[in-house]
Design a binder for this molecule. Structure first.
Ligand SMILES: O=P(O)(O)OC[C@H]1O[C@H](OP(=O)(O)OP(=O)(O)O)[C@H](O)[C@@H]1O
Ligand SMILES: Nc1nc2[nH]cnc2c(=O)[nH]1
Length: 193
């Protein structure tokens, strides 16, 4: 079990660079909401989508986005972790799996970040295997990588550089999910670079 130290948290943040401030973050969430509303907030749309937040990182994005969605929806969550308290991904660990009621539904998956894409690729495949009719992926941030990813997001709030970021739900070693903006951690402060 990791020990937490307030001083370490403050040092990580002091060395970090803010790459999107709170206003830019909120504008990005609004853009995601606009795109989802354009697709689902229509009188001729009989679909009743199930919105699934991918915990824990999506908690802030989800909480900011949901009140901006104007169409009838159901909300639920799944819980998946690939990074744990590390800054590099490992195996995808399912902590809460989707409920069987995903079968036949249009699912809107919300996640904070699409990085290497392993997490959302597995999430999407699992939902389709369980009989989901369609999976629409909306991410707050899509990280620019030089290689291709195993899954694409349908809706992206921000395209971000290839840096390890924290804030707006994202953590470094368990710290700083609570920041309103997005910060890039100084590479020298990461365990694995
Ligand atoms: O595209 P990938 O390289 O697979 O990474 C993206 C995933 O990493 C983060 O989750 P993490 O495993 O850190 O768990 P958390 O949501 O609890 O922060 C994030 O929330 C995504 O789900
Ligand atoms: N906090 C955080 N979690 C991630 N998971 C995948 N990429 C990232 C990242 O850049 N920051």
């Amino acid at each position: 079990m990791q020990e937490f130290h307030a001083e370490r948290a403050r040092t990580l943040l002091n060395n970090a660079e803010e790459i999107f401030d709170g206003a830019a973050v909120q504008a990005a969430v609004r853009q995601v909401a606009d795109k989802l509303n354009a697709r689902f907030d229509r009188l001729d749309n009989a679909a009743f989508p199930l919105v699934l937040g991918v915990m824990g990182g999506a908690v802030v994005f989800t909480g900011n986005l949901l009140p901006q969605l104007r169409f009838p929806l159901e909300f639920d969550y799944i819980h998946v972790s690939r990074y744990g308290d590390d800054d590099q991904g490992g195996n995808v660990v399912w902590k809460v799996i989707p409920r069987p009621s995903v079968a036949g539904r249009i699912i809107i998956v919300l996640d904070d970040i699409l990085d290497e894409g392993e997490t959302l690729a597995q999430v999407k495949q699992r939902l389709l295997d369980m009989g989901a009719a369609e999976v629409v992926i909306a991410v707050f941030a899509d990280k620019a990588l030089k290689r291709s990813k195993p899954v694409k997001a349908d809706i992206v709030g921000l395209s971000i550089p290839n840096k390890f970021v924290v804030g707006f739900g994202m953590d470094v070693y368990g710290y700083w999910r609570n920041l309103p903006g997005l910060w890039a951690i100084r590479p020298e402060d990461l365990k694995q670079r």
